[in-house]
Design a protein around this ligand. Structure first.
Ligand code: KG4
Ligand code: ZN
Length: 355
């Protein structure tokens, strides 16, 4: 089956076409992503009203481009999927309403996809990873350790109690005078820095949970920066390197805990899968590799353009759900908040996905 996917939950507008074959493998036919970074950069973060307006302006054209690039007419599509949340509600409304209109006109089923579920299932599109696996979702809005047991079957093992990991990178960048989005800037600066110059905390280290607390780390960087101000380029590089070193340590500690809970409850995971924009960070990837090896599993990280927000992951989640007959009503509502463990899942009576 071929599914059209629409993503508008944050600051990327995206439309994509994805094929799911009968054997459960997938192929991306097109995946057009338009980033709004330039529009938000002057404000140092995402402005919801600007994001919603930019989605409205771009989405129709992007869908046309996605169909054109795939070389397929709209009529051939077997389903229309849109991220229905969680996210910035103005943007979510734009994407979901557009998907409803297309579903209504074409008579094809609508799938209201949970954005986090789409991140969770991407590794099945790219690497055909079998269930159950452990997901580490590390983005600007989310930091979660999730047991992915089946389509629609997710158990959150840990989450952040305060800042998301990408948010911690972005806030640290901002306080050091680096431009938005800060994650890649911190990584670049850290390349030339000394990770051992500043002693930063490792919040919740060895605590008996897979939860994270990251706001204190950013505050510790701020206090060190204030102590040695004015900052030279070397100071900024050393602060970034020390921050990144601490965050990798924290992730390793928290994930080891999450993976041991996973194994206790569900047996050894088929993989540790990383997703979200922060998974692009090379030091973090090295840390994740070590964790996966120690837990006796392997690390899978989809390509960077599929780790960050994109339409292909929404289309794929839509296809996985449609294969189980999990279409949605045209009356389905957009949701600003939508915890992953509350999504509808394939009922036990539908054990074999249809083609
Ligand atoms: O998944 P994503 O594209 O968007 C959502 O938040 O949903 O993630 C964006 C986040 C931003 O906080 C950005 O600073 C961070 O991912 N990021 C990075 C890197 N590349 C992107 N953080 C650290 N190192 C990077 N190389
Ligand atoms: Zn995302």
């Amino acid at each position: 089956m071929v599914v059209l996917g629409i993503e508008t939950t944050c600051d990327e507008t995206s439309a994509a076409l994805v094929r799911r074959r009968e054997d459960g493998t997938g192929a991306i036919l097109s995946n057009i992503v338009l980033s709004q970074i330039d529009e938000h950069a002057p404000f140092g973060g995402v402005v919801p009203e600007i994001a919603a307006r930019a989605h409205v302006e771009a989405l129709d054209r992007l869908i046309e481009n996605a169909l054109h690039e795939a070389g397929l007419p709209l009529g051939i599509v077997d389903g229309v999927a849109a991220a229905a949340g969680p996210g910035l509600i103005g943007g979510v409304i734009v994407g979901l309403t557009t998907a409803k209109a297309i579903a209504l006109v074409t008579g094809k089923p609508l799938v209201a996809v949970n954005h986090l579920e789409a991140h969770a299932l991407t590794a099945r599109l790219t690497n055909n990873v079998p269930f159950p696996y452990c997901l580490f979702l590390a983005s600007g809005g989310h930091t979660q350790v999730v047991a992915v047991l089946g389509v629609g079957e997710y158990v959150r093992l840990g989450t952040t109690l305060d800042d998301a990991i990408g948010e911690a990178f972005d806030k640290t960048a901002k306080l050091l005078g680096l431009p938005y989005p800060g994650g890649p800037q911190v990584e670049k600066a850290a390349d030339n820095g000394n990770p051992l110059r500043f002693t930063l905390p490792r919040p919740l280290a060895r605590r008996d949970s897979a939860d994270f607390s990251l706001s204190g780390l950013k505050t510790a960087v701020r206090l060190e920066a204030e102590r040695i101000a004015p900052l030279s380029d070397r100071d900024v590089a050393d602060l970034c390197a020390s921050f990144q070193f601490a965050i990798c340590d924290v992730v390793m500690d928290r994930l080891m805990m999450g993976l041991s809970y996973f194994e206790e409850r569900y047996g050894r995971p088929t993989a540790l899968v990383a997703a979200g924009g922060v998974a692009a960070n090379q030091s973090l990837r090295r840390a994740l590799n070590i964790v996966a090896l120690e837990a006796g599993t392997k690390l899978i990280v989809p390509a960077p353009e599929l780790c960050t927000d994109n339409g292909a992951m929404i289309a794929w989640a839509g296809a996985e759900r449609l294969a189980y007959g999990l279409a949605d009503d045209l009356g389905v509502s957009p949701l600003a908040r939508w915890p992953l463990d509350t999504v509808r899942h394939a009922s036990k009576s539908v054990s074999e996905p249809a083609s």
